[in-house]
Write a protein that binds this ligand. Structure first.
Ligand SMILES: [Zn+2]
Length: 178
C-alpha cells in the first residue's frame, strides 16, 4: 500500500496509507465517492494487467481487451476439440490425445474466464459469465469423477461447487441452474 500524497498543516507529508488504488488516505479525501470509484477502477485495471501477463496475452492492446481475446480464442479451441471428438465411439476416447487436448483447453478456458470475471472485464456479460461458470463446472465435475467418491459425496461436492460458482457470477444469476 502506498503512502498518502497529501501534506498536513505543518507542511509534512501525511504518514497514513493511501486507500488501495488511490493516492490519498481516508482523512484526505479517500472516502469521497469519486475517489473510491476511481480507486476501484484502478484496482481492476491492475488485476486485468496481472492476468494478461500470467496467461501470456497480448500486451500491445488494453488488458481487458486482451483478456476477452484470450477467452474467445480458447473458447474456439474448446469447440474445435469437442467437434473432433463428437462422432467418436466412447470406447475409442480412452487415452485419445484429442481428449487430453480438449480437457487441457477446457482447463485453460476456465482459468481465463475466472480471470476475466475477477478483473471485471467489460463485455464479460452475464451470458459470458454463465458460459464461464458452465465450463468451470464441467472441469470440476471431471476432477471429482476421478476421486472415487460415493454417489452421495459426489453430489454434495457438486452442490458446493454450484453454489460457489453462483456466488462468483453474481447473485443476479442465482436463479439459473448450471
Ligand atoms: Zn493522508
Amino acid at each position: 500500500m502506498s503512502q498518502c500524497k497529501a501534506t498536513n498543516r505543518q507542511g509534512n507529508r501525511c504518514g497514513r496509507s493511501a486507500v488501495p488504488g488511490a493516492t490519498v488516505c481516508n482523512m484526505h479525501g479517500g472516502k469521497a465517492p469519486q475517489v473510491q470509484a476511481k480507486a476501484a477502477e484502478r484496482l481492476l485495471e491492475a488485476q486485468a494487467t496481472a492476468y494478461v501477463q500470467r496467461f501470456g496475452g497480448r500486451t500491445d492492446i488494453d488488458p481487458p481487451t486482451a483478456l476477452l481475446e484470450l477467452v474467445q480464442a480458447k473458447r474456439a479451441e474448446v469447440g474445435y476439440w469437442a467437434e473432433q471428438l463428437a462422432d467418436r465411439e466412447p470406447e475409442s476416447l480412452i487415452g485419445a490425445p484429442e481428449l487430453a487436448l480438449l480437457h487441457k483447453s477446457q482447463d485453460q478456458l476456465a482459468s481465463y474466464s475466472v480471470g476475466s470475471l475477477r478483473a471485471g472485464v467489460n463485455g464479460t456479460t452475464s451470458d459470458n459469465a454463465m458460459q464461464a461458470a458452465r465450463t468451470l463446472f464441467t472441469v470440476m465435475q471431471r476432477a471429482i469423477d476421478q476421486l472415487g467418491l460415493t454417489a452421495d459425496q459426489r453430489q454434495r461436492a457438486l452442490n458446493v461447487i454450484a453454489r460457489e460458482l453462483d456466488a462468483l457470477v453474481g447473485p443476479e444469476h442465482g436463479e439459473d441452474d448450471l
